[in-house]
Design a binder for this molecule. Structure first.
Ligand code: AHG
Ligand code: MN
Ligand code: MN
Length: 330
């Protein structure tokens, strides 16, 4: 087989051609996995179009409460529906686990061809929705044949993910993806409706001096955090906190530094969900050369027990994360 093309600035590579090129690297791949990824890219385009109208179609911006007792916006449900409708006809999809679904949705048994689970946060940061601040979709793909000793095919450790990524609906709509061979970033060109490759094999810069966490909760973070924060302030770090995980992690991926959501009084086990927030983001950050930690070990090694379980999160470049962990361990 000829050498795969080297991605250069002047190649116009869309996510579709990228996925097909990746599929060709696995001669025995049947294309089913690529088909799932293309459904997620389609959902991203549809959700992006809806989000642009959140002030124009008021029905998108009034709320209720979800299974977590959190204020739920119809756009959470609209995004959830869009993803389910885009993925629903992918005949290899066995199970969907969504933040907005109390229980995972079984689409097909193994006998009916269900081979993958897709876990997702359809709209992350939705509290920011009407404020013009970046919000996103986070997704994680698990292959059932890898489940082995897992509790269930959709509850495998994060290291087993076959793909993970997010779509950030910000000044531009970007899709960041890893299938285990580096991290690649695509930007939606609305003129042609295609996600175009803009960065390939992204690596997190080491030694970034930005910390990103909700300091309003600092009194209940636990021992060591206060020392770390004052150390950051003393050594010229800056604070940036958007309050949408996708936006805060995207900045951390591009600039380095540390994003964290530690245990708090309100969320003693952490606020962020393992299966569709922490695991996909930790997968990406590790693929980019960074670290994803819970405070007691790598996030990707945590054995899941429930689709909505929460976990403390520390994500960032290796220098920043090591410095934080060393301070916490004192
Ligand atoms: P979601 O909108 O999917 O519920 O996620 C919100 C999360 C995450 O995006 C963000 O990092 C965190 O909530 C912010 O929480 P605080 O407002 O407590 O800081
Ligand atoms: Mn979220
Ligand atoms: Mn959400």
């Amino acid at each position: 087989m000829e050498h795969p093309p080297k991605y250069t600035a002047d190649n116009l590579t869309t996510i579709q051609s990228f996925i097909l090129q990746e599929a060709r690297r696995h001669p025995n791949a049947s294309g089913e996995f690529s088909w799932l990824l293309s459904a997620i890219a389609l959902a991203g385009k549809v959700i992006a179009a809806k989000i642009r109208r959140v002030h124009l179609d008021p029905v998108l911006d009034i709320g209720g409460d979800n299974v977590h007792g959190e204020q739920q916006k119809p756009m959470d449900l609209v995004a959830n529906e869009i993803i389910i409708r885009c993925l629903g006809d992918r005949t290899d999809l066995g199970l969907l686990g969504s933040e907005e679904e109390a229980e995972p949705v079984q689409l097909r048994s193994a006998e009916e061809g269900g081979k993958y689970s897709v876990l997702f946060d359809p709209l992350d940061g939705s509290a920011n929705l009407g404020l013009g601040v970046g919000v996103g979709t986070i997704f994680s793909i698990l292959r059932h044949e890898q489940a082995l000793d897992a509790e269930a095919p959709h509850l495998q450790i994060g290291r087993k993910q076959v793909a993970a990524g997010y779509i950030l609906y910000g000044p531009s709509t970007v899709l960041v993806l890893s299938t285990g061979r580096g991290v690649h970033m695509f930007s939606l060109d609305p003129a042609v409706g295609a996600f175009v490759l803009v960065r390939s094999d992204l690596k997190i810069p080491s030694g970034g001096k930005t910390y990103s966490l909700n300091e309003a909760n600092a009194d209940s973070f636990g021992s060591g955090w206060g020392d770390w924060l004052s150390g950051c302030r003393r050594t010229g770090w800056r604070s940036r906190y958007i309050g949408s995980m996708v936006a805060d992690v995207h900045r951390t991926l591009l600039e380095g530094g540390v994003f964290a959501y530690p245990r708090t009084a309100r969320h003693p086990e952490g606020k962020l969900r393992l299966m569709y927030e922490a695991n996909p983001m930790a997968f990406l950050i590790e693929q980019a050369g960074g670290r994803g930690e819970s405070g007691t070990g790598p996030i990707l090694n945590i054995r899941p027990t429930h689709v909505h379980q929460r976990v403390p999160v520390i994500l960032g470049d290796p220098v920043g994360v090591d410095q934080l962990l060393n301070t916490l361990r004192r």
